[in-house]
Structure formats: C-alpha cells, structure tokens
Design a binder for this molecule. Sequence first.
Ligand SMILES: C[S@@+](CC[C@H](N)C(=O)[O-])C[C@H]1O[C@@H](n2cnc3c(N)ncnc32)[C@H](O)[C@@H]1O
Length: 262
Amino acid sequence: MNLDNIQRTAQEQFARQSHRYGKGHILENVDDVRAASEKMHLLARATVLDVATGGGHTGFFFAGLGHEVTLADIAQPMLDRAVQAATERGLKVETRQHSAERFPYLDSFFDLVTCRVAAHHFSSPPDFIRETARVLKPGGWFLLIDGSVDDDQPEAEEWLHQVEKLRDPSHNRFLTPRTWTRLCEASGLQVREATLTPFKQPDLNWYFETAATSPENRKMVLDLVTNAPAGARQLFRLNEEDGKIVWWWPRLTLIAREANPV
Ligand SMILES: C[S@@+](CC[C@H](N)C(=O)[O-])C[C@H]1O[C@@H](n2cnc3c(N)ncnc32)[C@H](O)[C@@H]1O
C-alpha cells in the first residue's frame, strides 16, 4: 500500500493500540448499528463491506444476521484480532487490508458498505465516498456512523478538533452532516437520513489510555477542558461525575442509497 502521512499515522497508532478495541471497548455496544439496520432493506444474504473495522463490532453484527461480511482495515493487527474474535463467536468473515481511500474490489460488488467511528481518521473523505459509491450495487446501502458537530457550531467544532488532535494524533477531522451529505450526493449516493444523536463518553482518562496519549498532551487537553468556551461546554455537556470527566459527543448516523439504474 502506498500511504500518505495521515494514513501512515493511523496505521501505526491502531496497530500499536489494537488490543484496546476488542472486548470491553465501548464500541462493542452496537445498538446504534442495530437501530440503523432496521431502516435499510437488505437481502437475506447480502454482501457487506465494513470499512475501518477496528475490533470488528459492526461487521460482526451483520455477520450474525447471516450476511457475507468482509472486514477491512488499514492496520493488519486489527484484522488479526478481529478474526480471532469472530472465531470465538462462531462467525465467518473475510478480511482485507486496505485503506478507506482505495478499495481492491470490482465495481458494483456490495449490497452494503458500513463505516463506524473511523472516518474522522481518513485522509480523504471524498475518495472514501467515491470508492464506496463505486463498489455498491445499484440500490445498495451505505451506513456511516461517526462523531460530528452540527453545521452551525464552528466554535465548538474547532474546540473538539483541538481536543481530539491532542488526545489521538491519528485524528484528522470530524465533518459536519452537511459536508457528508454533499460528498455523498456528489458521488450519486442519495442520503435518506443524517441524524445527530448525543453519545455519552464516560471517562476522559479511559480515552487517554485507549489512545496512549502522551503526558504533555493529556495536560493540554485538561487545560482545554478547563477553559472550554461556554458554547462547547453546553453542547458537549462537559461535566464531572464521581471524579471522572464526562462529555457527550454528537454522533452522526447517515444512511444513503446508491441510485437504482434508470
Ligand atoms: C475506532 S476504530 C473503528 C471502530 C469500528 N468500526 C467499530 O465499529 O467498532 C478506527 C479504525 O479505523 C482504522 N483506520 C484509520 N484510518 C484508516 C484509513 N485511512 N483506512 C482504513 N482504515 C483506517 C484504524 O486502523 C482503526 O482500526
């Protein structure tokens, strides 16, 4: 794979931290995926590509429904652990190592492409969406779930960007619902729904550990939390509970569909 700096940073970061994304990670709870899946109409045995699969939780959900699932990620150790977790659950999945910006599949191959809590690491969201549209069959579905901030909250978005960049160097940028919608439409994906739902992030320290944040960066994040602008404090419901710093991230669920042939 020919990787740019953003992709290489993500690959190194997640290869190093792959042990943190399996059992016990908060992404193991796939209620958000289940809720979205009820709004899509899939065949009984659909072909599914889960891009940037991490611990595999999203792909496992669809494999558990009997679909043919390919888990893809830029970091091979993530895929190795996901295969192990799938075997433990008695699930059959394929794996492919590749970036989200370039897929090694034929056109019109998948019924569903999913990508959950990963796209903010991508170096080129436009390339990712173009590739997604390319590999989807006519009438195929796209499910994107990721952190996002509403279009009319630029100050809060900038604050969160600074926090995330310091906490996890492989963070690139959260995109707003309108930006994702425009990217989808530019590639012929018709957006059915783009909804922001607040998700509780229960402990800033756990997040530091998950990303192996350096001590200097932890200090800078804590300073940003202390001095958060009122708008960000309110939007993210920044608070302290039992000595833990908690906040709520808006999480975008975007469901789109590849146009049917005319
Ligand atoms: C938080 S994890 C994903 C969580 C997972 N989708 C789930 O539902 O549990 C983020 C993943 O994105 C992958 N990643 C980051 N940048 C990538 C890129 N440009 N292409 C492919 N995978 C990427 C990382 O290797 C990591 O495994």
